[in-house]
Write a protein that binds this ligand. Structure first.
Ligand SMILES: [Zn+2]
Length: 117
């Protein structure tokens, strides 16, 4: 939490929170100093690490519809080339419709023809 009002209300300094990320989610004894809010010993014990999924902004959601919750294939391929306004509009439409973003029949980039010399 980066809201200073929050810390004022809780009687804490925002600076204190930055240094400590709390105690390990597994053992609850050692301070967190590895990803997944685990301590060193727990993080490097494969059986324990496997119990805790990655956390954070990018963890497990590199792309809409990929990973654990795949989305259905879009009904129709997109005729617009990548990077065009039409393609972006279609991606927005697919995302809002809960469809996967990519269709195997989507248009691919084709370079414009060389101007006649
Ligand atoms: Zn631990």
């Amino acid at each position: 939490m980066s809201n200073p009002v929050f810390y004022a209300a809780a009687g804490e300094s925002p600076h204190r929170e930055k240094r400590s990320r709390g105690l390990c989610r597994h053992c609850g004894v050692k301070p967190v100093n590895r990803p997944r809010r685990l301590c060193w010993g727990c993080y490097y014990t494969p059986e324990i690490k496997a119990l805790y999924k990655p956390l954070g902004t990018h963890a497990g959601r590199r792309d809409i519809g990929r990973g654990e919750h795949p989305r259905p294939l879009p009904a129709d391929p997109c005729p617009h080339q990548p990077g065009t306004a039409g393609k972006i509009a279609e991606l927005i439409r697919r995302a809002e419709a809960g469809e996967g973003l990519w269709h195997p029949g989507d248009a691919v980039f084709t370079p414009p023809p060389e101007p006649a010399a």
